[in-house]
Design a protein around this ligand. Structure first.
Ligand code: AGP
Length: 605
């Protein structure tokens, strides 16, 4: 989604802003722009296209020591030079970049136009620059002008504002869309994502909803919307710039798939207790008595995070024998859910900033729900809002399609299920079995990665199909859903996932030689039932790619992965499907890391 970067300090702002914008490219965007303050005037450049196009459009003499930059993902008004940010007020004194959506933009626009204001763009964001432009004449404080402007606004925003009359100062504000400050040596940064500032500093401060900050080269001050100063403690991000490099891989996605032996090991590190065969999860902030008191677990997340939640629900039911289910956070938040005191809620998010998930967490908290977070990004909004949780420690995920965060989330759920199980009825012997299985995962993932050449050939073979069906039963169903999600997301091949048991209740009508099926067939108690399903597909002349622990004559092609404990097998079965989707997308010459219409972190409704 849109990206913001801001800089104030002694260096050339434009080059720092361009570098920051490049680091935000992974989030998905369609246009880019920047503005700097120089000799009490604003210099602005905006283009439809890539950050490289913007860099080419910025003249050599574009000097300024404070400025703001933006990558836009169009919501109001088509991608165009004029709709790109920053937006200025009509006197060209104030420039604003904005992430989020201003819901009452039409009404504000009509009111301002009635007062004689001329708008340049079709965006909702321009009302902000025009409002601040009017307010800044009524007060000698830019913070006060921004604060007054925001009082008339309904909607979500992360903004950065500069004023030509105040070269050494930037005001940023947050409501529902992330803003993080970066503290440098006699220079300050702000951005919507630490990726934009990690090359310069790892000392950061996150703004809360409703907060504003004034940043200057020598420091920052934060305020509530009613102008009370707030105290903030900086913390050190444990990722560095190297984590954002592609490591010599052709795509970030392949790098992130290949990293999984390490990322899974990091999620597990220090969390397995061999004495009592339980998981150490200090971040849950719950004692054994409280942990035993829950009678239900409800998991929420969006997209792949939701599918990993389905895997998690299965693990919790099996190992802890607590009823558990997963639901898209985007649906949960709109349906006035019944929030019960004996239910443990778990919110999942790689970014920790997905607006739908954050809003669902806030709704739960309002209703007194106990919410844990399974989050990758330390210090992110969802991590801050939840009562406790588990960090994935998977490192930054840059490619839009989630891979390593998915597997680490499933592993985190296995740890949570083990923990909940061992304070209930899971026997020490079963606890030991799961601990040993978890320890085997990194080596087994390495083994699966050696299948890449074969999976590439299979992906080429199936990539030109008009669509693919993915089926799995019980433990295999979330695997099938995530496999279909990966394929459609990055290759644009239509992919539909069904529980294998549901096939004969409708979708079997679709089966034909033109619609191949990827069948998830683990060696578990449902093996025979799954093999029967393969027979049904074959009888309708459907082609089958089977992913499981053995080969079968019922399938045209098979990918065989190493076997772990039945409860943990879904984690391993996911990985060949990631490689399959990746190589299908490469074969179809797709923009693998930045699939069309998608953004890495969906910070709007
Ligand atoms: C996954 O491949 C997708 N890019 C998407 O479904 C993603 O998982 C979803 O938007 C949730 O993101 P989050 O984990 O950052 O909350």
């Amino acid at each position: 989604m849109c990206g913001i970067v801001a800089y104030v300090g002694p260096k050339d702002a434009a080059s720092i802003l361009l570098e920051g914008l490049q680091r935000l490219e992974y989030r998905g965007y369609d246009s880019a722009g920047l503005a700097v303050v120089n000799a009490k005037s604003l210099k602005t450049r905006k283009v439809k296209g890539r950050v490289a196009d913007l860099a080419a459009a910025v003249p050599a003499k574009f000097k300024g020591t404070s400025g703001i930059g933006h990558t836009r993902w169009a919501t109001h008004g088509a991608p165009s030079d004029v709709n790109a940010h920053p937006h200025l007020d009509q006197e060209q004194r104030v420039a604003v970049v904005h992430n989020g959506i201003i819901e009452n933009a039409d009404e504000l626009r009509r009111r301002l136009e009635g007062e004689g204001v001329k708008f340049e763009s079709e965006t909702d964001s321009e009302v902000l620059s025009q409002l601040v432009g009017r307010m800044v004449k009524e007060t000698d404080s830019l913070r006060e002008a921004v604060s007054r402007a925001l009082k008339s606004v309904v909607g979500t925003y992360g903004i950065a504002v500069i004023d030509a009359q105040r070269p050494g100062e930037i005001v940023v504000a947050r409501n529902g869309s992330p803003i993080v400050l970066g503290l440098g040596e006699k220079e300050m940064f702000a951005a919507s994502d630490v990726a934009a500032l990690i090359r310069y500093t790892r000392q950061v401060v996150h703004l809360e909803d409703g907060e504003l900050a004034v940043i200057k080269a020598d420091g920052f001050n934060t305020f509530t919307s009613d102008a009370r100063e707030t105290a903030k403690e900086p913390f050190t991000v444990d990722w560095d710039a190297g984590h954002y490099d592609n490591g010599g891989y052709e795509h970030y996605l392949l790098k992130e798939i290949s990293e999984q032996p390490d990322t899974v090991a990091r999620t597990l590190r220090g969390r397995i207790d061999d004495r009592f065969h339980i998981a150490h999860l200090g971040g849950l902030n719950m004692d054994a008595r409280e942990t035993r008191s829950f009678r239900r677990v409800k998991i929420i997340g969006c997209g792949s995070a939701y599918y990993s939640g389905q895997m998690g629900a299965q693990l919790i039911e099996e190992l802890a024998r607590i009823p558990a289910d997963a639901e898209p956070a985007s649906e949960f938040r709109y349906r006035s859910p019944v929030v019960e005191p004996d239910t443990l809620y778990v919110a999942i998010s790689q970014s920790g900033e997905t607006y739908d998930t954050l809003a669902a967490v806030q709704e739960l908290k309002r209703k007194g729900g106990r919410v844990l977070g399974i989050v990758n990004t330390v210090g992110s909004a969802i991590a801050r809002e939840t009562d406790g949780g588990i960090y994935l420690h998977a490192g930054p995920e840059v490619s839009v399609a989630s891979t390593k965060a998915f597997t680490s989330t499933a592993v985190a759920f296995a740890l949570l299920a083990l923990h909940l199980g061992r304070v209930r009825d899971l026997s020490p012997a079963d606890g030991r079995r799961i601990c040993e299985g978890l320890r085997r995962l990194p080596e087994q993932i390495k083994e699966i990665l050696t299948l890449e050449d074969r999976i590439r050939d299979l992906a080429k073979k199936y990539a030109d199909s008009p669509g693919m069906m993915f089926v799995g039963r019980v433990r295999g169903y979330p695997v099938a859903r995530e496999g279909a999600q990966k394929l459609k997301e990055i290759s644009y091949v239509h992919a539909e996932a069904y529980p294998a048991s549901e096939l004969k209740h409708g979708p079997l009508a679709l089966i034909s030689p033109e619609l191949p099926t990827v069948a998830i067939v683990p060696d578990d108690e449902l093996l025979d039932k799954n093999l029967t399903t393969l027979g049904e597909i074959r009888a309708r002349h459907g082609r089958i790619l089977m992913v499981g622990h053995r080969t079968s004559e019922a399938a045209d092609d098979c990918i065989v992965v190493p076997k772990n404990e039945v409860e943990l097998d879904p984690i391993l079965l996911t990985i060949p499907l990631q490689l399959f989707a990746y190589h299908a997308a490469v074969a179809l010459e797709r923009d693998v890391d930045r699939p069309r219409n998608l953004a890495k972190s969906v910070t709007v409704e």
